[in-house]
Design a protein around this ligand. Structure first.
Ligand code: AMP
Length: 178
């Protein structure tokens, strides 16, 4: 699974604003959209920074509520780690864990294409594991019905491996199951 698969599911919409906006404007945007971070776009439409609820809390905690009048450009993170659509989700998980942030804008040829959060990545990973588990169960069920071992080649004498197969049952080993 890769970033493109996540964007296909969640869409490409990203809430953005400009760096002249105040921290109060940012707080309002976060609240209105029910999100945790805003991408700040530069003059040329490129990503100029990112600001999350954590930056907002830090600013208020350090300077008090008067800081809400200040421009976001003074508080945003300017060196933004971005993802590409072809990136596997494991890469995003590792970047987010290493840098301790929960959001990654997706950028292709300088253009903002979407945003992936840690929640999106976890949701996708869970769906992936569930699909793998279902497929494995179905395959094991099919093998059991057909009398094949799910892993050993059909030609291998199953009784040697001591694993539950039709061959075991023929020899009266119905106590063994898989
Ligand atoms: P978050 O976990 O997204 O709330 O962000 C935690 C901190 O990391 C905040 O200071 C953000 O500005 C910063 N941050 C969030 N996402 C990124 C990113 N993709 N690249 C660089 N910094 C980020």
């Amino acid at each position: 699974m890769n970033v493109a698969a996540i964007l296909r599911l969640k869409g490409r919409g990203v809430v953005t604003t400009t760096k002249d906006k105040s921290l109060l404007d940012i707080a309002k945007l976060l609240e209105q959209h029910g999100i945790g971070c805003i991408v700040i776009e530069g003059d040329n439409g490129k990503v100029a920074g990112i600001v999350s609820e954590r930056d907002l809390m830090r600013a208020i905690g350090q300077s008090g509520p008067k800081v809400l009048k200040e421009p976001v450009s003074d508080f945003m993170t300017k060196t933004v780690v971005t993802a590409r659509e072809a990136d596997p989700i494991d890469r995003l998980m590792s970047e987010m864990t290493t840098h301790r942030f929960r959001h990654m804008p997706v950028v292709e040829r300088g253009r903002l294409m979407g945003l992936v959060s840690l929640g999106d990545v976890v949701k996708m990973r869970i769906a992936e594991v569930e699909m793998e588990t279902t497929a494995t169960r179905e395959y094991a069920g099919y093998c059991q019905e057909e009398g094949y071992h799910p892993i050993l080649p059909q030609s291998m004498p199953h009784t040697m491996a001591g694993l539950g197969t039709k061959a075991d049952q023929v020899e009266g080993r119905s106590d063994v199951s898989y």
